[in-house]
Design a protein around this ligand. Sequence first.
Ligand SMILES: [Zn+2]
Length: 102
Amino acid sequence: MTCDNVQKLTDLYLDSQLPEELTADFETHLATCKSCTSELQSLIQAHDFLLAGVAPAEVSPAFLERTTAKLYDIFADRLHSSAPKEFDRQWTLPFLYEDEPV
Ligand SMILES: [Zn+2]
């Protein structure tokens, strides 16, 4: 694996989405390349820094209720479409059916 390959695959590696065989090649390259190892360490530090600084978004129940009602109004005509039953829910929003079992 080349430095260019490592740079292109770094995001997948950091997200643990790199296939096993490529992960082995990726890590073998890192073991012999100071430049890629340094670059990866910088990205990991930046990633960890961003994760620590960004609090998870919290949505108030009132906002959720207003948004749900608004979406229901917008898509109400599609909830009662004449589409065949097997396609009934394909193009609708699942949360609109929260009272029904899935
Ligand atoms: Zn390299």
